[in-house]
Design a protein around this ligand. Structure first.
Ligand code: SF4
Ligand code: SF4
Length: 395
């Protein structure tokens, strides 16, 4: 068989149990056939923070010596299969250590498979993923982002479906019988086994050719050397105030230039400035000081600073003035205020398009918040379907 490696890309805390179930169960299945394996989390993703992109990895080998050798590296530089149960990560991910933006497909081997849960077609996802100079396969499992792991593990079958699709991508790992036995031991009963089997049978993959995808150069910066670090662990979220400056320029809060929150966000606010009463509530309530104040007193959500929490939408008193839309609807991080002032009609169309493509419909029944707090298996989202083979086939 040689060495098989995989990664599970997930959002910290919300999807941790989901990622662990997938990773550990795959190893357990291989071990049942006399193979050797290890499942482990990325060192720099611990302690995790809510929603921050994180990774679990797994190695499977024929011999203990091979495992010892491969596991000595910090984390895999290439994997046979990448698994991601949140398609709002298509534009890349930063770990909590903020070392820049890593493309989602960065470590998928040439010819390897990226498995993703999504309700979007592969062309739409490929358009958002960074292009690379080697081909890979994209296998889509129908369904939205799974937040099965928040508060309690309200299982929606994503674990079993990802396992079935992984085995399809790498059938040398083990037999379906061993995977089923591991699922019964570590995940669940008949429904899960059926879900994995259906996923194995139905999984299809599209080839993503070399050169296809988003042409953006991923954001990087020079990391500090050991001799230039400050004492202790310091990550500046907000680097002091820039001051009001010239009143013509409005007001931009001080920000850490490396602390971008692009992939931390699974949704973003869309603001219709012509409805805004300049009441200041969004600006005051935003926990990340993400609004720039414009010279004429509007509040422009800055897409480098917004974490996508939805607080501003919840607090805005004007109907439809400030609404959240899923990140998958966007290919830009431009200033909405600048778009609006330069062409109001074009911005109106932009708002309409983005809201129809990415409108966040569901709200948490208690907090009223959306996005990461919705679709938890509590109400709304695809998780509200009773987990059964029938509903999985419908997905
Ligand atoms: S979504 Fe959250 S972080 Fe982003 S602008 Fe609104 S309140 Fe601020
Ligand atoms: S809360 Fe709404 S109305 Fe008030 S300033 Fe913000 S966007 Fe405008």
């Amino acid at each position: 068989m040689g060495i098989v490696s995989f990664e599970v890309i997930y959002r910290g805390v919300f999807q941790r149990q989901l990622a662990q179930k997938i990773s550990r169960t795959m190893i357990l299945a291989a071990v049942k056939e006399g193979k050797h394996g290890v499942s482990f989390g990325r060192y720099s993703d611990s302690p995790e923070r809510n929603g921050i992109p994180a990774k679990q990895f797994g190695y499977i080998t024929d011999t203990p010596e091979e495992l010892e050798e491969i596991a000595a590296q910090y984390e895999p530089k290439q994997v046979d299969v990448s698994i991601c149960a949140d398609d709002t990560l298509t534009q890349g991910l930063e770990s909590w250590a903020w070392t820049g933006l890593q493309p989602l497909n960065a470590v998928t081997k040439p010819g390897g498979t990226l498995i993703m849960t999504s309700n979007n077609p592969s062309e739409a996802l490929v358009k958002q993923m960074h292009r690379r100079d080697t081909p890979y396969k994209l296998s889509i499992l129908k369904g939205g982002a799974s937040f099965a792991g928040l508060f309690v593990y309200k299982d929606d079958g994503t674990d079993a479906r990802c396992l079935g699709a992984t085995l399809k991508a790498c059938p040398e790992i083990c037999s379906m019988a061993s995977l089923e036995a591991a699922i019964r031991e570590n995940v669940g009963g008949d429904h899960h086994v059926e879900a994995a089997r259906a996923s194995f049978e139905d999984a299809r993959s599209d080839e993503v050719k070399a050169g296809e995808g988003n042409t953006e150069v991923p954001f990087t910066f020079e990391l500090l050397g050991w001799d230039s670090m400050r004492p202790g662990v310091v990550i500046d979220a907000v680097g002091g105030h820039n001051g009001y400056g010239d009143s013509k320029d409005g007001y931009v809060p001080g920000r850490n230039p490396y602390f971008k929150k692009w992939s931390t966000r699974s949704m973003r606010p869309v603001l219709q400035f012509d409805k805004c009463t300049k009441c200041t509530l969004c600006w005051v309530a935003c926990p990340d000081s993400a609004f720039d104040v414009t010279p004429d007193g509007y509040f422009d959500p800055n897409m480098e600073a917004c974490i996508g929490c939805g607080v501003c939408e919840a607090i805005c008193p004007v109907p439809e003035c400030l609404q959240m839309a899923y990140e998958t609807a966007f290919e830009d991080r431009d200033s909405q205020y600048q778009m609006w002032t330069s062409d109001k009609d074009a911005f109106g169309k932009y708002v309409e398009d983005k809201l129809s493509a990415g409108k966040v419909e569901n709200r948490h029944p208690i907090t009223g918040l959306a996005g990461a707090f919705s679709g938890l298996g509590l109400e709304g989202g695809h998780n509200d379907k009773t987990f059964s083979t029938k509903s999985l086939k419908e997905l």
